[in-house]
Design a protein around this ligand. Sequence first.
Ligand code: MG
Length: 158
Amino acid sequence: LPRIGIGIDVHRLGPGRRCVVGGLEFECEVGPIGHSDGDALLHAACDAVLGAAGLDDLGTLFSDRDPRHAGRASHEFCHEVLELLRQRHLRVLSLDAVLETERPKLAARRPELRARLAELFALPVERVNVKGKTGEKVDAIGRGEAMRATVVALLGPA
Ligand code: MG
Protein backbone atom coordinates (compact mmCIF):
# COMPACT_ATOMS: atom_id res chain seq x y z
CA LEU A 1 0.00 0.00 0.00
CA PRO A 2 1.18 3.57 -0.59
CA ARG A 3 2.51 5.59 2.35
CA ILE A 4 2.43 9.37 2.72
CA GLY A 5 4.85 11.61 4.61
CA ILE A 6 5.34 15.31 5.27
CA GLY A 7 8.51 17.31 5.92
CA ILE A 8 8.89 20.94 6.95
CA ASP A 9 12.16 22.83 7.31
CA VAL A 10 13.01 26.45 8.11
CA HIS A 11 16.38 28.16 7.76
CA ARG A 12 17.32 31.71 8.67
CA LEU A 13 18.82 33.75 5.83
CA GLY A 14 22.01 35.75 6.24
CA PRO A 15 24.72 37.46 4.21
CA GLY A 16 27.94 35.69 3.27
CA ARG A 17 26.33 32.26 2.79
CA ARG A 18 26.08 30.26 -0.43
CA CYS A 19 22.44 30.20 -1.44
CA VAL A 20 21.65 26.53 -2.06
CA VAL A 21 18.04 25.47 -2.67
CA GLY A 22 16.98 22.08 -3.96
CA GLY A 23 20.60 21.18 -4.72
CA LEU A 24 21.03 24.24 -6.99
CA GLU A 25 23.09 27.32 -6.28
CA PHE A 26 21.32 30.68 -6.68
CA GLU A 27 22.81 34.12 -7.17
CA CYS A 28 21.59 35.92 -4.04
CA GLU A 29 22.83 38.45 -1.46
CA VAL A 30 21.76 36.11 1.36
CA GLY A 31 21.84 32.35 1.89
CA PRO A 32 20.46 29.84 4.39
CA ILE A 33 22.30 29.60 7.72
CA GLY A 34 22.83 26.02 8.85
CA HIS A 35 25.28 23.37 10.00
CA SER A 36 25.19 21.74 6.55
CA ASP A 37 24.63 23.84 3.41
CA GLY A 38 21.19 24.74 4.86
CA ASP A 39 19.22 23.43 1.91
CA ALA A 40 15.70 23.69 3.36
CA LEU A 41 14.04 22.13 0.32
CA LEU A 42 16.19 18.98 0.38
CA HIS A 43 15.91 18.72 4.17
CA ALA A 44 12.11 18.88 3.99
CA ALA A 45 12.07 16.39 1.09
CA CYS A 46 14.25 13.92 3.03
CA ASP A 47 12.05 14.30 6.12
CA ALA A 48 8.90 13.68 4.07
CA VAL A 49 10.40 10.51 2.60
CA LEU A 50 11.76 9.31 5.96
CA GLY A 51 8.41 10.03 7.62
CA ALA A 52 6.52 8.03 5.01
CA ALA A 53 8.95 5.14 5.47
CA GLY A 54 8.45 5.21 9.25
CA LEU A 55 12.13 6.03 9.83
CA ASP A 56 13.86 8.52 12.13
CA ASP A 57 13.91 12.12 10.93
CA LEU A 58 16.85 13.84 9.25
CA GLY A 59 17.99 15.63 12.40
CA THR A 60 18.21 12.30 14.24
CA LEU A 61 20.01 10.46 11.41
CA PHE A 62 22.42 13.33 10.61
CA SER A 63 22.82 15.31 13.83
CA ASP A 64 23.75 18.99 13.48
CA ARG A 65 26.09 18.45 16.47
CA ASP A 66 28.12 15.95 14.46
CA PRO A 67 31.18 17.69 12.98
CA ARG A 68 31.14 15.22 10.06
CA HIS A 69 28.05 17.02 8.73
CA ALA A 70 29.46 20.57 8.98
CA GLY A 71 29.14 22.35 5.64
CA ARG A 72 27.97 19.11 4.06
CA ALA A 73 26.15 19.20 0.71
CA SER A 74 22.58 18.10 1.42
CA HIS A 75 22.30 16.07 -1.80
CA GLU A 76 24.45 13.52 0.03
CA PHE A 77 21.66 13.15 2.61
CA CYS A 78 19.27 12.36 -0.27
CA HIS A 79 21.53 9.52 -1.46
CA GLU A 80 21.68 8.07 2.04
CA VAL A 81 17.91 8.37 2.50
CA LEU A 82 17.31 6.57 -0.82
CA GLU A 83 19.66 3.80 0.29
CA LEU A 84 17.60 3.37 3.50
CA LEU A 85 14.47 3.08 1.33
CA ARG A 86 16.09 0.47 -0.89
CA GLN A 87 16.95 -1.62 2.17
CA ARG A 88 13.25 -1.55 3.08
CA HIS A 89 12.10 -2.36 -0.48
CA LEU A 90 10.42 1.04 -0.84
CA ARG A 91 10.67 3.76 -3.49
CA VAL A 92 9.44 7.33 -3.86
CA LEU A 93 6.36 7.60 -6.11
CA SER A 94 5.91 11.38 -6.04
CA LEU A 95 6.97 14.60 -4.32
CA ASP A 96 5.15 17.89 -4.05
CA ALA A 97 6.98 20.87 -2.54
CA VAL A 98 6.20 24.44 -1.52
CA LEU A 99 9.07 26.82 -0.88
CA GLU A 100 8.16 30.05 0.92
CA THR A 101 10.79 32.76 0.62
CA GLU A 102 11.25 36.36 -0.48
CA ARG A 103 14.73 35.61 -1.83
CA PRO A 104 16.00 34.14 -4.08
CA LYS A 105 13.31 34.38 -6.75
CA LEU A 106 12.62 30.85 -7.93
CA ALA A 107 10.20 31.18 -10.85
CA ALA A 108 12.80 31.24 -13.63
CA ARG A 109 14.48 28.09 -12.32
CA ARG A 110 11.43 25.98 -11.40
CA PRO A 111 12.00 23.53 -14.28
CA GLU A 112 15.60 23.06 -13.13
CA LEU A 113 14.49 22.59 -9.52
CA ARG A 114 11.98 19.92 -10.55
CA ALA A 115 14.59 18.14 -12.64
CA ARG A 116 17.16 18.20 -9.86
CA LEU A 117 14.71 16.85 -7.24
CA ALA A 118 13.58 14.18 -9.68
CA GLU A 119 17.20 13.15 -10.23
CA LEU A 120 18.01 13.08 -6.50
CA PHE A 121 14.97 10.95 -5.62
CA ALA A 122 15.11 8.71 -8.72
CA LEU A 123 11.77 9.90 -10.13
CA PRO A 124 10.48 10.96 -13.54
CA VAL A 125 10.21 14.75 -13.59
CA GLU A 126 6.42 14.75 -14.01
CA ARG A 127 6.16 13.14 -10.57
CA VAL A 128 7.86 16.09 -8.86
CA ASN A 129 6.52 19.58 -8.35
CA VAL A 130 8.02 22.67 -6.73
CA LYS A 131 5.97 25.79 -6.07
CA GLY A 132 7.48 29.08 -4.95
CA LYS A 133 5.58 31.50 -2.71
CA THR A 134 6.50 34.78 -1.06
CA GLY A 135 5.65 35.45 2.57
CA GLU A 136 3.30 38.36 1.70
CA LYS A 137 5.31 40.61 4.09
CA VAL A 138 4.00 38.55 7.03
CA ASP A 139 6.26 37.09 9.76
CA ALA A 140 9.96 36.24 9.45
CA ILE A 141 9.54 34.78 5.96
CA GLY A 142 7.72 37.87 4.70
CA ARG A 143 10.46 40.08 6.13
CA GLY A 144 13.07 38.03 4.25
CA GLU A 145 14.71 36.70 7.43
CA ALA A 146 14.04 33.02 6.76
CA MET A 147 12.82 30.50 4.20
CA ARG A 148 10.52 27.55 4.77
CA ALA A 149 10.08 24.40 2.69
CA THR A 150 7.15 22.00 3.01
CA VAL A 151 7.20 18.70 1.11
CA VAL A 152 4.73 15.84 0.83
CA ALA A 153 6.07 12.47 -0.35
CA LEU A 154 4.24 9.39 -1.52
CA LEU A 155 6.06 6.05 -1.29
CA GLY A 156 5.26 2.63 -2.62
CA PRO A 157 6.85 -0.81 -2.81
CA ALA A 158 10.09 -0.96 -4.82
MG1 MG B 1 17.43 22.08 7.77
